[in-house]
Design a protein around this ligand. Sequence first.
Ligand SMILES: Nc1ncnc2c1ncn2[C@@H]1O[C@H](COP(=O)(O)OP(=O)(O)OP(=O)(O)O)[C@@H](O)[C@H]1O
Length: 434
Amino acid sequence: MPPKARAAGKGRAPAKRKLAEEFPPGEVLTDTGKKAWKLGAPIGQGGFGLIYLADENSAKPVDADARYVIKVEPSENGPLFSELKFYMRAAKPDQIQSWMKFHKMKNLGVPRYWGSGLHEKGGKRYRFMVIDRLGTDLQKKFEECGKQFPRKLVLQLGIRLLNILEYIHDHEYVHADIKASNLMLSYSDPNQVYLVDYGLAYRYSPDGALKEYKEDPKRCHDGTIEFTSIDAHKGASPSRRSDLEILSYCMVQWLCSQLPWEDKLQDPLYVRDSKISCQEDISEFMTKCFSTQDKPDEIQKFMEEVKSLGYQDTPPYDKLRSILQAGLKTIKSKDDGKLDFAVVKGAGSPRAQKTPKKRKVENEDSETDGSPVKKKTVTNKLELNGVKKGRPKKVKNTVGRKQAYPKSRLVDVETQTSPGVAQKSRGRPKKTSN
Ligand SMILES: Nc1ncnc2c1ncn2[C@@H]1O[C@H](COP(=O)(O)OP(=O)(O)OP(=O)(O)O)[C@@H](O)[C@H]1O
């Protein structure tokens, strides 16, 4: 089977998964700590589950301003189980709080985990997880900005992500799928950004024992094809340097609209080889992406620093942050804590308008021995009145796998990034590569 087919999810018979049924608003779920939660309207749809507004159980119905969401999936599905493991190990509110206190930080963009459990209904068992409710995602913002973010914003996002990555790396995990659609603004504060979707997060250092570099041909190209790391292209488990490499590709895309390999995402070997060439000559890569006057030297320095990292190395987070801070200084700016999604002059040109094809593959197994989860299908995002949902994955040649959730049953709820500011609908579902 050529890698092309494998990356598109056609190579192996995938595990059968079920889609969660919709629970009516008012359904009460009790977590393992005996805390009762009430479901509100469903506001999002993942590959195999639904995301509901939720609140602590009370006599009142859950309103549109709810502070929490609950992700529900049939209990036998692996992805939520792996994601839940991450949240339970690394995202407890007091854990994050003490890190922030120690590092003198005002905020850290990891959604807080508030509880989880199993719920039985109609003879079926569902797994659920309660996390912070968030606002709009940055892919939507990117598109609204004509597929280009201002340099100041990119550098600020880079610094925030370094803070987030340092935290999750310190808690034995790598994310492995950083991208704008996995970054969400806080629901109440448009200047706070959160990294979400830990379905692919990998425990690279269980109990402090670092995983060795090992290529597994069956896992080649895991992740989202345009951003995934060279290690992942080669089938090695993601490591800390992979997260930073992915971040560097994201920053370049946000700055110049499109990565050079986005014209051929259906060919993972081409994408892999383009990334290898990019790393061999980062200066040449920068010349391909930017005009001489727009070339951000700090991004080149960042990439050179990441390139020098060994598979098991601890990244120099402070140094990387100061490289991005120096970039802010170059443009006579500083991180004032405000995220300004201004449209860049010239953004929205035909080149910038080309929609990158996302090929995210999903994990197939529950967490076992800390091996990376297997991913192999395509993600599509839909949105209803600003409420986003990952579209049920499409898997070719697979009977019984694709079950589209009836779109008409998703409740039309307005997502707000700040009270009173409704998000516009994103309209039609995007086409995916396949
Ligand atoms: N904490 C949250 N607050 C508000 N909306 C959310 C939150 N988490 C996810 N969503 C929305 O719900 C949608 C579905 O999220 P979910 O994490 O289930 O799926 P996904 O990441 O798209 O797919 P997958 O099932 O492959 O992980 C997302 O696209 C997102 O817009």
